[in-house]
Write a protein that binds this ligand. Structure first.
Ligand code: 5GP
Length: 177
């Protein structure tokens, strides 16, 4: 495989900052109750850090980790690597996800958390690729809808690189002939 990082950002740091602030307002306007945020590791950490600093609270945090599956392997199975540490029964829970592509990961996490009987369960993602969807997963708040590009930056990686970029860029991945 070879890859090329496209120089011009798909989304600038300013665009992201404005939208994350709007998402924080939208989230908090849904309820007056304390929110328990469950962030999906690792890609959502930068989004989470900015989102919570735009919120008035009260909020609490937890983390969940699932395996990324190989899109070329048709099983599409998602595996739990780290479950949440908190009892979420009767609490207002929000899943914080970086990007929803096929929707299989978010659907898996929603099913798992719903089985723990929260009072409410909402989902927020920074990016969504609707053209790639394989499920009817419901996302309550979407930052940006994007085309079918592989993107990095603002927490998102390509082979663990580029998470530190303040903007989001496209990576063109090609198979070597
Ligand atoms: P799903 O297909 O299950 O909706 O997406 C699962 C995961 O694939 C996402 O949480 C993310 O970790 C990864 N992913 C999907 N699209 C992209 C992308 O464009 N860039 C990066 N860095 N990760 C992606």
């Amino acid at each position: 495989m070879s890859y090329k990082l496209i120089d011009a950002p798909l989304l600038t740091a300013d665009q992201i900052r404005t939208r994350v602030y709007e998402l924080a307002q939208a989230l908090e306007s849904t309820t007056n109750e304390p929110l328990h945020l469950v962030a999906v590791l690792k890609g959502s950490i930068v989004f989470l850090a900015d989102l919570i600093r735009a919120m008035r609270g009260p909020i609490t945090l937890d983390f969940i980790a699932v395996s990324s599956y190989d899109v070329n392997v048709s099983s599409g199975a998602v595996q739990l690597l780290k479950d949440i540490d908190t009892n979420i029964k009767d609490r207002s829970v929000v899943i914080i996800e970086d990007i929803v592509d096929t929707g299989l990961t978010l659907e898996y996490i929603q099913t798992l958390l719903r089985s723990k009987k929260p009072k409410t369960l909402h989902s927020v993602c920074l990016l969504s690729k609707p053209s790639r969807r394989q499920t009817k997963v419901v996302i309550d708040h979407v930052g940006f809808e994007i085309e079918d590009h592989f993107v990095v930056g603002y927490g998102l990686d390509y082979e663990q690189q580029y998470r530190h970029l303040p903007h989001i860029s496209v990576v063109e991945v090609t198979s070597k002939q």
